[in-house]
Design a protein around this ligand. Structure first.
Ligand code: TXA
Ligand code: MG
Length: 315
């Protein structure tokens, strides 16, 4: 794949928007860092984010919206969240809010959680693109997994930790102003909690709320691996991996057809896109679940990581 470098004029924005509508990934400028965007309603497009980054596991991704009015269709806005949105959006603040059942967001975006991280970015190019695209964009930082976050299009295309040849395009709007990721606030046991320090100081947020923020487990750094998120989705049913189907189970197939197939033709992108939604559907049937072997290369590593966590013994 050849990665296009697009100028953010009308043509460039239209091109970027068309690529996103086509399920491709496009790196976009925000005021914090460059994000690797995909249509948050399209599971296979979101799977391509993980593919491009080479991420070995699925973390919930932040979803970007053009304005605060767009939030209501996706999440429940509590009064405290509304106060923070009024004070800091558009800007470098992400709010983790209860996901609506009818939000239409791909399960892979939230890694199966029933909450979602939302942000209205301030960067004029990000906002113009969101308006042109007309839908929610999932976007983690546009770097290879484990590498430094990019604050310019050159970083995104860099030979060292960049994504050149792995994504459809980058919209080049020069360097980012803020340079660190957004501050993430969630509500843990009803308390506004700092999940990740970032571009908006915690003190400024506390001032709007009128009280200090709680800290996650006394650790100001957000949980980075899904297993560390206590609320992370795990099925109620027992889960067997690398399994051949037996009677009485709901079997998630891979590489063969069936009522619950992650991918009939063994496509890992499709399997990743379907994983969390299919786990939920299977769980709702109330029978034990088994999953066919998934190859451990490419996105398969992330799928297997998540499955191992979901199958691990629980308290
Ligand atoms: O500045 C930023 O926030 C950049 C730009 C591109 O907007 N985006 C970014 O996204 O840093 P990302 O996907 O790398 O951040 C994801 C992190 C997760 O690792 C997790 O800590 C938190 O956001 N997060 C997202 N959704 C969450 C949820 N439902 N519950 C808890 N944490 C969540
Ligand atoms: Mg990152």
């Amino acid at each position: 794949m050849q990665t296009l470098r697009l100028i953010p004029d009308t043509d460039g924005l239209t091109r970027a928007s068309d690529l996103l509508s086509d399920g491709q990934t496009v790196a976009i400028p925000t005021e914090t860092v460059y994000g690797l965007a995909a249509d948050a309603r399209n599971g296979e497009a979101v799977a391509r984010i993980y593919q491009a980054k080479g991420r070995p596991s699925f973390n919930p991704l932040i979803v970007h919206l053009p304005d605060a009015a767009a939030v209501a269709a996706i999440a429940t806005v509590t009064p405290q969240a509304q106060a923070l949105a009024d004070a800091f959006w558009p800007g470098a603040l992400t709010l983790v809010l209860p996901l609506r059942d009818d939000a239409g967001i791909a399960g892979l975006v939230t890694a199966g959680l029933d909450t979602i991280g939302l942000r209205v970015p301030a960067h004029p190019v990000a906002r113009a693109l969101l308006r042109a695209f007309g839908g929610p964009l999932a976007a983690p930082s546009a770097n290879a997994s484990g590498r430094i976050s990019p604050t310019s299009a050159d970083h995104v295309l860099s030979k060292d930790g960049g994504l050149n040849g792995r994504i459809a395009a980058v919209l080049d709007a020069g360097p980012c102003d803020v340079g660190v990721e957004s501050t993430i606030i969630g509500w843990v046991d009803g308390q506004a909690t700092l999940l990740r320090p970032g571009g908006i100081p915690a003190e400024a947020i506390a001032q709007v709320l009128g009280h200090p923020l709680a800290r996650h487990d006394g650790d100001p750094v957000a949980p980075s691996a899904p297993g560390q998120l206590s609320s992370h989705y795990a099925p109620n049913a027992a889960l067997r991996l690398n399994a051949t189907p037996v009677a009485g189970e709901t079997h998630l197939a891979f590489g063969s057809d069936g009522p619950f197939t992650l991918s009939a033709n063994g496509d890992l992108t499709q399997a990743a896109a379907r994983l969390f939604d299919m786990l939920r559907q299977a769980d709702a049937l109330g029978r034990p679940i088994s999953v066919a072997p998934i190859p451990d290369h490419g996105l398969g590593a992330a799928i297997n990581d998540r499955l191992k966590r979901a199958a691990a013994p629980r308290d």
